[in-house]
Design a protein around this ligand. Structure first.
Ligand code: HEM
Length: 464
């Protein structure tokens, strides 16, 4: 490289940070507060250290677009965040790279086309209705953990649509195991010298036990299905039977296993978080709740929503969109720089870690008026068209964009439309909701809420 080129290099501004840890302690205690203050003090390309890693935080749509879309070939998933997911997700779609990823994406893509996903509307409303039935049997005014409730719903949807079965008791074990692996990931990401899973610390032992539970549940399902591979129209059938149009290959058992863990894991936690935050925000905005009720009364009048209703449930969708703006379930998309690049006038050295920060972009004052306010009308179709592409990207972007985005939008719309016709919820008195942002953005201790039957649909709640 010429001297002239070297001299042109411009280092992004950064805090001094702890000599060994950098900003790790602040990241561990409150990652959202840290990222907000970095943006405020250092702008849209802020450099900081997390232990040995040099991180660039991007909060402007232009920089994010460069990483996820325009120059995406220069950015891989060789990052600490993805490293914590690999022991469980293996070579599945979310964590694979290169030709292995491209082949899997070609095989899996048709299974996620809107027409195919349409057949999942019934299991989606069915799972929500089952929750309403359960809620009908609860003692009035006793708080429930809404995060857990939403997880139960989305887990049932994921298992039903993936394998056409209710994984019953396994669902609880699976969700608890995923929670354990996320806790482990947080410790890994916030330790200076994270100990690999084979070192027998108590945390690692719990993690290994959880991984075994996840793998055991999935292996059982895949083995059963291999014995009877008839097409059941679910995602697993599609993944087992589809051939890669370019290579003619189908998925082998190991890959199928990783894919199922990935789809089950990626599919239920994120959607559950979106629905939990929606109920949290609606509880604090009675005016928005009433607008939602007006739409549900007009379009559905107390019956369950169907796939055909989706285009008419526009306000329901706007509530989901606005919820994911304020609380993007995947708040941070991480990448590693393969070669040097330049973003916003600053040099990005090879092997830096990039944080495409959805939480910050979604509240960027240049792109959003009154950014912290909950206002679903921002997503009225006429206004939504004007939103800059990477000022709102809850499903990522470029070639690695979420394969389940249509699935997730439809799922959250149908579940919210079903639940909100039967119950509203209030945050339990004295309960403080604490967002936890490490891998996903979730309420750290769940959200304790008190259910209140919707009066005019008391019939739906009671007869459910
Ligand atoms: C509200 C719900 C959801 C949100 C917010 C969400 C968000 C995301 C984001 C941001 C990515 C990109 C990650 C990156 O570029 O590093 C992603 C990827 C992915 N998501 Fe989702 N997701 C959701 C639901 C789902 C569902 C329901 C499924 C499956 C049924 C799913 C499966 C996947 C897979 C397989 C990938 C990896 C795609 C690839 O790299 O080719 N997601 N998701």
């Amino acid at each position: 490289m010429s001297n002239e080129r070297v001299n042109q290099k411009k280092r992004a501004p950064s805090p001094r940070g702890h000599f060994l840890l950098g900003e790790m302690e602040a990241f561990r205690t409150d990652a959202l507060a840290l990222t907000r203050s970095l943006q405020k003090e250092f702008g849209d390309v802020a450099r900081f250290r997390l232990g040995p890693f040099s991180v660039f935080q991007l909060s402007h749509p232009d920089g994010i677009k460069r990483v996820l879309q325009d120059n995406n070939k220069n950015y891989d998933k060789n990052t600490p965040n993805y490293k914590t997911l690999r022991p469980n997700l293996g070579n599945g779609l979310l964590t694979a790279e290169g030709e292995s990823w491209a082949s899997q994406r070609r095989i899996a893509q048709p299974a996620f086309h809107r027409e195919r996903v349409a057949s999942f509307a019934t299991p989606m409303t069915g799972a929500a209705q089952a929750a309403v039935e359960r809620w009908n049997g609860l003692t009035a005014d006793v708080p429930i953990d809404m995060a857990r409730e939403m997880q139960r719903i989305t887990m049932r949807i994921a298992s039903d649509t993936l394998f056409s079965l209710d994984i019953g008791d396994d669902a609880q074990a699976f969700a608890e195991a995923v929670d354990e692996t996320l806790k482990w990931a947080i410790v890994q990401l916030t330790s200076l010298l994270p100990l690999p899973p084979f070192v027998p610390t108590s945390m690692n032992r719990r993690f290994n036990r959880a991984s075994k539970i996840i793998s055991g549940i999935v292996s059982k399902i895949v083995a059963q299905r291999r014995k009877d591979p008839t097409d059941r129209g679910d995602l697993l059938s599609m993944l087992m039977l589809t051939r890669d149009a370019e290579t003619g290959a189908t998925m082998n058992d190991a890959l199928l296993h990783d894919e199922v863990v990935t789809l089950l894991g990626a599919g239920y936690e994120t959607s559950a978080n979106a629905l939990t935050w929606a109920y949290f925000l609606l509880a604090q905005h009675p005016d928005v709740w009433e607008m939602l009720q007006d739409e549900l009364r007009t379009v559905l009048g107390g019956r369950l929503p169907t796939f055909a209703d989706l285009p008419k449930l526009t306000f329901t969708k706007m509530v989901i969109d606005e919820t994911m703006r304020l609380y993007p379930p995947v708040w941070l998309i991480t990448r590693g720089a393969v070669a040097e690049d330049e973003i916003g006038g600053y040099t990005i050295p090879k092997r830096s870690i990039l944080f495409a920060n959805a939480y910050l972009a979604h509240r960027h004052p240049e792109f959003w008026n009154n950014p912290d306010a909950f206002d679903p009308t921002r997503f009225e179709p006429s206004r939504a068209a004007a939103i800059a592409k990477y000022a709102y990207f809850p499903f990522g972007g470029g070639p690695r964009m979420c394969i389940g985005n249509q699935f997730a939008i439809m799922e959250t719309q149908l579940v919210l439309a079903t639940l909100a016709q039967a119950y509203r919820a209030e945050i339990a008195p004295g309960f403080v909701t604490t967002p936890e942002a490490i891998i996903t953005l979730r309420p750290k201790h769940g959200i304790q809420m008190i259910l209140k039957p919707v009066k005019r649909n008391a019939r739906l709640a009671a007869s459910a």
